[in-house]
Structures are given as C-alpha cells and as structure tokens.
Design a protein around this ligand. Structure first.
Ligand code: NAI
Length: 336
C-alpha cells in the first residue's frame, strides 16, 4: 500500500529541489501518494492565507510531511510560515545531523554531530512591541515544560543512537533567568541518563570551539535562536547548506526539511543542490519504515558525490540540479 505524505514544495529553490527528491524516491520504487500543498506567498495569492488550514489538516491526517523552504520577508510583511507550522503542530524538536559526506569538499573531516534545537519558543515567540517610538522590546520566552521536553528528547536520542555526550549551549551568564532555566532543566534531565556525559558551553565560546575543533562535539542541545544560528555555522563545517538535512518532530507528526532557506540568489536557475532535502527525505523514509529504500538511495547519492564528476556549483562542480538528479537516478537503476 502506498504511503500518503504531505508535500510542501515551498518557494525559491523549493520546487526545484522537491521535484528532484520526488523523482529520486520514485526511481527507488517507494510507493508514495503525495498530497501537495502550497505555503507562503504562493498560498497567500491563491487562498488569502500563508499557512492554509487545509495544509495543516493534511499533515495532521498523514502525520508525515516533506517540506521545501518558504521565504519570510525581512523586517516587514507576514510572519514566518516555518515557525507557524512548527508551533501549530507542536513540532518541538528540530533534529539536524551534521556529518562529513564522502567526496564533499569541506574544511574539516571527522565532523559527526547532532544538533537538537528547541523549536517552539525563545525569541521565536514573535512577541515584539514598540514601547515608544524608537524603542522596541522583544520577549524571550523560555518555559520549564519546553526545556525539559527538548532536553529529554536530546538524551533519549543520544541513548538510542549510540552517542556519548550531550552539550547544552547557553548564554546564562547574561540571561541568568531565561537561559538559567533552560540549563537547570538540562541538568535535571542529565541526571536521569548517567551513561551519557553532560557538559555546558556558553554560546560564543561554543561557536569558536566549533570552528577550531568541531570533532569534540557529539549531541548539541540548544534553545531556538542559538540552535538556528549554530546550525548554519555547523553546515559550513561540512560543505555548506546544500548538504545538511533536518527534521521537525512532535508527538503526533513530523515534517522533514533541510536546514537551508529558499536561496533567492539561485532560485529558478537549476543550480540548487537537492542533497540536503534528499537526506531529509531519507530520514523520513526510515521514519515510515522504508529503511532498505533509504539505504539504496543513500548508497547512490554517496557514490555520485564521491565520484566528484557531477557536483553542483555549491560543491565546486558545474552540474545543474537536473544533471545531479539524473546521476543519482542512474546510480539507483544500476544497483537495483
Ligand atoms: P538560504 O539558506 O536560503 O541561503 C544562504 C546561502 O546558501 C545562499 O547563498 C544560497 O544560494 C545557498 N544555498 C542554500 N541552499 C542551497 C542549496 N540547496 N544548494 C546550493 N546553495 C544553497 O538563506 P537566506 O538567504 O538567509 O534566506 C533566504 C530565505 O529563506 C529567507 O526568506 C528566509 O527566511 C528563508 N528561510 C527559510 C527556511 C525554511 O523554510 N525552513 C530556513 C531558512 C531560511
């Protein structure tokens, strides 16, 4: 029986990388009935809403979605569809594995870390106020419930995946109350997992350590904003945003998407690297029980990357999105 999965192509490079991933999954013979939904400006123009209820209903029904990036206007306009979706479905855990891939040029080797980012609160609550003209206050919301929940997720994930250490990243020297609460929750949960080492780093030092000795990190546990920033930094350690996958996980549903955004600078030019969304989709296939198909596709994409002859521009090659996708599809066919 075919899996029913919600597909949100998004905008910018989203439709290009989504189409590539759908093609590759089809080539591997996985039976999926995609329920396609618009979000963001495209949805707004058609329905008057950037995050239509029909999209949310589809994800709730199917419990699984694959999502391309959605543009958020900077400094004005509508609020983030991505944040809205995570909040609406309570997708509280943002999981981002950052590892070297064969053949992908990068400044470091031996990077193998998992970023666990709290996905529902912090400064992303979007509570901003102009108190008087020229003075704006933004509210940073940290709760014990959400902090404990994400800490437990990180330790559980570490235990189930043979990881040894969880590092909580914070700025509790300055935000003594908000980040202080986040840390207290992490410490309490750490006590429940004596087999997992636990340590803490102030976020500025963590950034320096990440670009000096990234191999020292295993699982990173972060509140929302630091998690967002550190994810892009970490992507830069292993070849960039074109290769780092992600997942937004909740109790009832899961939305798989890459770390990268809509990349307006290269959108519509057949230049985007679909690897990040493809690897996100492989996590999705494993999540729905299609482990062997995920392995087949991973083998194919690894061989294409390692061969180094059909790399997209972000990885130093000159292949288009279509040429890279063709190469992966050919590899799958050759090994089926
Ligand atoms: P971005 O991630 O879209 O792009 C940053 C740089 O990385 C650009 O030079 C871009 O060309 C490159 N890049 C990103 N993905 C790539 C890929 N797959 N292949 C090759 N190169 C790639 O970040 P930016 O420019 O800061 O944000 C653009 C828009 O995306 C904004 O509106 C932002 O709000 C949105 N965004 C959406 C996200 C989501 O839907 N989850 C996540 C991050 C940003």
């Amino acid at each position: 029986m075919a899996h029913r999965i919600t597909l949100i192509p998004g905008d910018g490079i989203g439709p290009e990388v989504s189409a590539a991933v759908v093609r590759i999954i089809e080539a591997a013979g996985v039976a999926i009935e995609w329920e396609e939904h618009d979000a963001g400006i495209v949805a707004f123009e058609r329905t008057g809403s950037t995050l239509p209820q029909s999209l949310l209903d589809s994800v709730i029904r199917n419990r699984v979605a694959l999502k391309g990036p959605v543009t958020t206007p900077v400094g004005e306009g509508f609020t983030s569809v991505n944040v809205g979706l995570r909040k609406a479905l309570d997708l509280y855990a943002n999981l981002r594995p950052v590892t070297n891939l064969p053949g992908v040029p990068s400044r470091f080797q031996g990077v193998d870390m998992i970023i666990v980012r709290e996905n529902t609160e912090d400064l992303y609550a979007g509570l901003e106020n102009e108190i008087v003209p020229g003075v704006v206050a933004g509210l940073k919301v940290i709760t014990a419930v959400a902090s404990e929940r994400i800490a437990r997720f990180a330790f559980k994930h570490a235990t189930e995946n043979g990881r040894r250490k969880v590092t909580a990243i914070h700025k509790a020297n300055i935000m003594k109350q908000a980040d202080g609460l986040f840390l207290r929750c992490a410490r309490a949960v750490a006590k429940e997992y004596p087999d997992i080492q636990y340590d803490e780093k102030i976020v500025d030092n963590a950034c320096m350590q990440l670009v000096m000795r990234p191999e020292q990190f295993d699982v990173l546990l972060l509140p929302n904003l630091y998690g967002d920033i550190v994810s892009d930094l970490a992507a830069g350690l292993v070849g960039g945003l074109g290769v780092v996958p992600g997942a937004n996980l909740g109790e009832n549903s899961a939305v798989f998407e890459a770390v990268h955004g809509s990349a307006p600078d290269i959108a519509g030019q057949d230049l985007a690297n679909p690897t990040a969304l493809l690897l996100s989709a492989l996590t999705m296939l494993r999540y729905i029980g299609e482990r062997s198909s995920a392995d087949v596709i991973f083998g194919a994409v690894s061989r294409v990357l390692a061969a180094g002859t059909t790399l997209t521009r972000d990885l130093g090659g000159s292949a288009t999105t279509t040429q890279f996708t063709d190469a992966v599809v050919r590899e799958i066919a050759a090994h089926r």
